[in-house]
Ligand binder design. Structure first.
Ligand code: FAD
Length: 518
């Protein structure tokens, strides 16, 4: 099924004043997972996103669907087990967007080699029948064959294990479309700006269309705050004295051409100079290097965080220590930062953000606002299930069991297919411009831009470059060179005013500079 609901039709639904069962504020992994769950149980569901779907943390992940080997060290056994189970559901329910990936951990001494092998056997055991393949010790030559770009001096061997890799923003769009297929209304560029209360209970919200300024009052039986690192500001719309719940931690990634780490297997360094994990991962024809874990409690501007100089230096220095061809600043094709919405230390005994739990929390305020915070992309489905269970209890909705463990996501094919469009591919093939590449160095076509606008709710050039295609993440300079062409297609498809189109072009140029400015 391919659903294409116009933005104007969705606004008419808002104007008809019928109460919603569930209103979700925030269109990242957490909110979209909740929307799919609520709609799949048959509740009348509205999701609103202030900017674009997945434009916050959810487009900036390491793109792994994983149990989290490093969380074993922190003793988070329950979280690792849950995440491994979720990994297996997702591989089954979205085979067009998630696939298994081999990771190799090199060892430069025998003690490390034995320790990693033991840790990964525990990982295998926790996976149970969800395991993708058993971990295995590798000799020195096998490691060098798997990771041709790795320095060989002093290498003793290594371990190979398996996890999942995905396209985060495309998965977010697939979730939005799954929720829409199931009857939900999902709108981007529509922030919740006020909460409505009756007799001290939250009953609705005021939403403002970011494009026209029009405001809508909507009522809902359950209201879920899934606004990521913005959770605080939404909680304060409810209660100006709400205590801090989150402490943001920044993580950055750098993108390089594939020849810095040729091959199809990822490199995992479990302990860098400051004790953090680092990955170098083959991703969509490039290599993704990351990440960092920098506490950013001082950040008051939570949109579009920037990589810090010291974070870039740290990743380049670590890569130079292990790769035969050390990447330099001039080799960086794209650099991006995301903020982890970690639960505040007051709710945890960790001393630094790397040690803070990646578990999620669900809080209900005295007025009934349900906040879903923390967590990981990998566990978005479980978080959705649990928050809707809580919404049923808080709002007295009719109990319906959660069906999402086996729910195929929009576009899911019957087997693995290396095409992010999945079952939509034939529709894409009918659109004009299917043979017209936007840029010779990138696989994206004009038809993909039209598809993004007609079926995937893209509203701006940046939406197309960052989240419908991943052009900005692959090569910010090349992405910048496509802006005029995309603007031309947007002009045909959406007919914006000349002023709006000019603002969009400027914003896209600024964005390309940000991604390319390492
Ligand atoms: C560097 C890094 C690497 C990571 N790697 C992985 C990984 O490999 N695997 C994994 O499983 N997890 C990973 N994570 C974690 C994962 O990315 C996050 O847990 C997840 O994306 C958080 O999603 P979210 O929906 O809670 O937040 P967000 O994605 O930030 O979404 C919140 C949304 O709410 C919107 N919003 C805010 N205020 C309002 C309002 N008033 N009205 C409407 N909307 C509003 C925002 O615009 C935003 O889009 C990583 C995180 C980081 C930072």
């Amino acid at each position: 099924m391919i659903t294409s609901t116009s933005r104007e039709d969705s606004f008419s639904t808002l104007r008809d004043q019928r109460p919603w069962d569930v209103l979700i504020i925030g269109g990242g992994a957490s909110g979209l997972g909740a929307a799919v769950d609520a709609a799949a149980r048959g509740y009348r569901t509205l999701l609103v996103e202030a900017r674009d779907f997945a434009s916050g943390t959810s487009m900036c992940s390491t793109k792994l669907i994983h149990g989290g080997v490093r969380y074993l060290r922190q003793g988070d056994i329950g979280m690792v087990r849950n995440a491994l189970r979720e990994r297996s559901y997702l591989l089954r329910n979205a085979p067009h967007l998630v696939h298994p990936l081999a990771f190799v951990i090199p060892a430069w001494n025998q003690i490390d080699r034995l320790m990693f092998a033991a840790g990964l056997k525990l990982y295998d055991l926790l996976s149970g029948w969800h395991n993708l393949a058993a971990s295995r010790s590798l000799n020195r030559q096998e490691v060098l064959t798997a990771l041709p770009g790795l320095k060989s001096a002093g290498l003793r061997g290594g371990i190979r294990y398996w996890d999942g890799q995905f396209d985060d923003a495309r998965l977010a769009i697939a979730l939005m479309r799954t929720a829409t297929d199931l009857g939900a209304t999902c709108l981007n560029y529509l922030p919740a700006i006020r909460l409505l209360k009756t007799d001290g209970r939250i009953t609705g919200a005021v939403l403002r269309d970011a494009e026209t300024g029009e405001e809508f009052e909507v009522t809902a039986r359950a209201i879920i705050n899934a606004s990521g690192v913005h959770a605080e500001s939404v909680r304060q719309l409810d209660d100006t004295k709400a205590q801090p719940l989150l402490t943001p931690s920044q993580g950055i990634h750098l993108v390089f051409d594939a020849d810095f780490l040729p091959g199809q297997q990822a490199l995992m360094i479990p302990k860098t100079e400051d004790g953090r994990v680092m990955f170098a991962i083959p991703w969509q024809g490039k290599v993704l290097l990351g990440t960092t874990d920098t506490p950013r409690p001082e950040l008051c501007q939570l949109n579009d965080p920037q990589p810090l100089e010291e974070e870039i230096d740290f990743l380049l220095r670590t890569a130079a220590g292990i790769l035969t061809r050390p990447p330099t600043r001039a080799d960086i094709r794209s650099a991006f930062a995301g903020l982890r919405p970690l639960i505040h230390p007051e709710h945890s005994d960790a001393r630094n953000t790397a040690a803070l739990s990646r578990e999620h929390a669900i809080l209900v305020s005295p007025s009934g606002l349900i906040t879903l915070a923390g967590g990981k992309w990998t566990t978005y489905r479980l978080m959705g299930e649990q928050v809707i269970d809580r919404a049923i209890a808080v709002a007295g909705l009719a109990t319906v069991p959660c069906p999402t463990k086996t729910l195929k996501l929009h576009g899911a094919t019957s087997g693995p297919l290396n095409d992010a469009y999945g079952t939509d591919a034939p529709v894409l093939a009918t659109l004009p411009g299917r043979d017209q590449r936007l840029h010779p160095n990138m696989p994206y076509t004009e038809a993909m831009v039209r598809f993004a606008i007609q079926y995937e709710a893209a509203r701006t050039i940046e939406d197309v470059l960052a989240r419908r295609t991943r052009a900005l993440f692959h090569d910010a300079t090349a992405a910048g060179e496509t802006i005029e062409r995309i603007a031309g297609i947007i002009a045909e498809e959406l007919n914006p005013s000349p002023e709006r189109l000019a603002t969009m072009v400027d914003a896209a140029r600024e964005c390309a500079r940000r991604f390319g400015n390492a």
